[in-house]
Ligand binder design. Sequence first.
Ligand code: NAG
Ligand code: NAG
Ligand code: NAG
Ligand code: NAG
Ligand code: NAG
Ligand code: NAG
Ligand code: NAG
Ligand code: NAG
Ligand code: NAG
Length: 890
Amino acid sequence: MRIPLVSWFFFCLNIAIFFSMAALSVSGQCQSHQQQLLLGFKSSLNSSFSVKLVKWNQGTDCCSWGGITCDASGRVIQLDLSNQWLHGDINNSNSLFRLQHLQHLNLAYNRFHGSLPEFHHDSSLRNLVLSGTNFSGSLPESIGNLVNLTKQDLSYCNFSGAIPSSISKLHQLVYLDLSSNNFTGRIQPFDLSKNLAHIDLSYNKLTGKIESFKWEGLQNLTYIDLSHNSFSGSIPSSLVALPSVKMLLLSNNQFGGEVPGFPKGGQSFLDTLDLSYNQLEGRIPAYVFELSRLNVLLLSSNKFNGTIWLGDIQKLVNLTQLDLSHNNLFVNATGSYSTVSSFPKIASLKLASCKLNVFPPLENQSRLAFLDLSENQISGEVPNWIWNASYGLQHLNLSFNQLEGLQKPYQMPNLSVLDLHSNKLGGNIPSLPTSAIYLDYSRNSFASSLPNNIGNYLSYTLFFSLSNNGLTGVIPKSICDASYLQVLDLSKNNLSGEIPKCLFGRKVNVGVLNLSGNNLSGELPDAFPSNCSIQTLDVNGNALQGKIPESLANCKSLEVLNLGNNHINDIFPSHLKSIASLRILVLRSNEFHGKISCPANKVPWPKLQIVDIADNRFSGTLPNKCLKTWEVMMTDEGEARLNVGYLQFQVLRLSGLYYQDGITVTNKGLTMEFVKILTLFTSIDLSCNKFEGPIPEVIGELKALHFLNLSHNALTGKIPPSLGNLTQLESLDLSNNNLTGSIPQQLVNLNFLAVLNFSYNQLEGSIPAVKQFATFSNDSYEGNKGLCGVPFTKKCNEAISEASFKNNAGLRGLPTNSRTGNHVDWNFISVEIGFVSGIGAVIFPLMFCKRWRMRYYKRTDRVVYKFFPKLDPRNRNRRTISHWTPGRRL
Ligand SMILES: *[C@@H]1O[C@H](CO)[C@@H](O)[C@H](O)[C@H]1NC(C)=O
Ligand SMILES: *[C@@H]1O[C@H](CO)[C@@H](O)[C@H](O)[C@H]1NC(C)=O
Ligand SMILES: *[C@@H]1O[C@H](CO)[C@@H](O)[C@H](O)[C@H]1NC(C)=O
Ligand SMILES: *[C@@H]1O[C@H](CO)[C@@H](O)[C@H](O)[C@H]1NC(C)=O
Ligand SMILES: *[C@@H]1O[C@H](CO)[C@@H](O)[C@H](O)[C@H]1NC(C)=O
Ligand SMILES: *[C@@H]1O[C@H](CO)[C@@H](O)[C@H](O)[C@H]1NC(C)=O
Ligand SMILES: *[C@@H]1O[C@H](CO)[C@@H](O)[C@H](O)[C@H]1NC(C)=O
Ligand SMILES: *[C@@H]1O[C@H](CO)[C@@H](O)[C@H](O)[C@H]1NC(C)=O
Ligand SMILES: *[C@@H]1O[C@H](CO)[C@@H](O)[C@H](O)[C@H]1NC(C)=O
């Protein structure tokens, strides 16, 4: 709703007008004590850049000074010093507030700090405008002394604490703006001035119920903005009944219950109604669609239910913005256009997740700029009128529907954002709009090759995704002509040939390159420029050969490097050690070999959170020096939570457009695809190599670790008791090594442990039978001749026969947990996902490695796990959460 720049502009304009008027009205001879007060004020501040204050000096009459207006007897009644680049602590000299006759004080847009001085009873102030200053601290209770105040604008400051209830003494108040501060606390029940016309408390941290205000009798109130706070309770009917309100903005709070009724026969001037992002429920009252003057109606992200016939809304002939998205509504668009002409003035129509099954009738909408019909059940073809509906259509989101094609003939208009992802669109890739900055055609069934001249269509494109389709052929070189491309995602197709070298040396550096899950061959080009700014490089699951390019070391902002499942034949990439930003390193299933060396006293990868180098031919001892430098894995859980978020790439600053990184993590035969990567998630997988020697004690310092897999190596020695310090550990696999000794008692403290595998080692002694350890079954321990006790039937004083293991041999490698059967209990991670995501469901598709079957497992309302058979063709078009969501808050 608020655009500071624009208001700032108008503000300046006002000042200019005010100024020229002030110049005319200057009269009288300045009273000398006032002159002293003003000069005292000036001297307490740094006013080097002020046009007005620079001319304030002893020798001239203060009534002639810039920014000052006097009355006929030389009393200063107005002071306007807005936008004067003043800075300093005004409390040092509260002389300004001792100007007894001052009626208008405007200090807006300066950089005062410190708190406000007390206000005295003799003050005759009517207008107090301090917006955009850096005043902080709480608002003094003495503000109630300004009994003649009509306008109080304290917006965009740093005020905090409660709003003083003395404001109820300001009976003359017409305009109250306390928005964009840090006011907190429950709102006190105070009477609002009967003259109030404008109240804006938005963008604070206020709580409590607004029923405590007496809204009755506020006959002049036209503007109410309480949005972006934490107000709760229901919306009072006295508020809805106010006759003269034009703007009612209550979005982004916690209002609940049903929207109250409207007084019978009442007349409404309501022009803007914004109730979005609350917890309102029940039906949207019918009168809302009778508010004939409505211009803006935003009801999204609540719990409204029931059916709405679109024809009813079309009665609102002046509607320019409508948003009913993300409720529990069924919007029936069938048959609406035959009866009523459609919205003549609509500019923005958002009906996401409204169970729509047909396109709304929008044939002749010349003003439509923004159309969001995502997450509905619209099937069939995209009608070609949609492209001609509006010459100015900028943003079209049809993602998550059942669309099968595009009606011909069509001509792509001047779209900036086109999102068709997660539909059933097939055949050739439709021609691309040439002005788009954001194009998402992913998760469809397009099966053509990429047009040779594709670069011609991507002149302005920042984001381009064709991921998860059936594209064949090569990546055309012309894609390098897309000079602004920041995100290129062609993953999960059947593309072949080499990666074009020219992709890397362009003027604008690509930030995300995801070519995983194709048949690309050749080598990764050694062409990363010296100013390389790539953040995500994912080529997992191709047929790439050769070595990791030397020039990759130029990419100092690399966060995700995923080279897994290729044929890369190289040693450990220690030449990338200067990339301090690296968070994810996946070299899994290649032909890497040799020892892993880490230079001492260096901090190669302090942010590393996922390391997967499994299934290679690495040898030597485990890299304990490296482990010591992976600092993120050593952070306390509490500390890590402070900075929790997802790995993502911001496409356009402030646009709300993100690319969400994903990753596949393999754990004990399970392959999990994380559609989003939590910065909190940590995992080390060194399995299936030729590591030998002991497990280093230092591994116990990685206390933020969630997954640890050292299985299928040739490790010897004892299990270090320090593993008992990895209190976040959910999965621990040390199977198929040559470990000896007993299971350390310290491990019973691993409360989150859901998967444990010590099988096929040389362990001996009794199995701990307490806490989490009481939940694991035989196959966690089989193949260790010397182990005894529960879950084995052999008691510890008896000899254990090898026969007792044989029955379980067939289950080897299967994920099993006695509490959840074949499910792995990912309770901890699920809690974390719920904690940060806040919206919708996060779906983890999981793939079984050994046994192919499909399962759905729901643990909480928010988190759904999906188990998939590996290589099942049905996975190709599986529907998961959109990997990025335009314009939606995370
Ligand atoms: C006033 O502020 C400017 C800019 O911050 C600074 O360069 C200048 O030295 C200051 N003048 C005085 C007198 O403190
Ligand atoms: C408030 O305004 C009234 C009427 O203009 C005036 O009589 C009164 O003195 C003012 N109060 C103060 C504190 O200036
Ligand atoms: C707002 O107030 C809270 C609590 O007093 C404080 O922790 C926070 O830093 C403040 N935020 C801003 C932007 O001033
Ligand atoms: C409302 O506005 C009118 C006209 O501006 C004014 O006369 C009246 O005093 C105001 N206050 C109330 C309580 O009606
Ligand atoms: C709509 O929501 C209300 C309030 O939550 C509930 O009582 C009612 O059963 C719901 N109606 C339907 C059809 O779901
Ligand atoms: C719609 O807007 C026009 C122009 O602003 C106005 O004349 C007309 O009265 C409005 N219609 C309704 C029903 O309020
Ligand atoms: C949608 O509205 C049309 C026209 O009123 C009606 O014929 C149809 O039955 C409605 N469809 C549903 C599913 O309610
Ligand atoms: C374990 O050690 C034994 C003898 O010490 C050896 O024969 C066997 O190959 C080793 N197993 C592995 C997996 O290294
Ligand atoms: C576990 O951590 C504590 C404190 O960090 C340390 O004192 C202790 O020695 C560690 N335990 C083991 C077995 O390493």
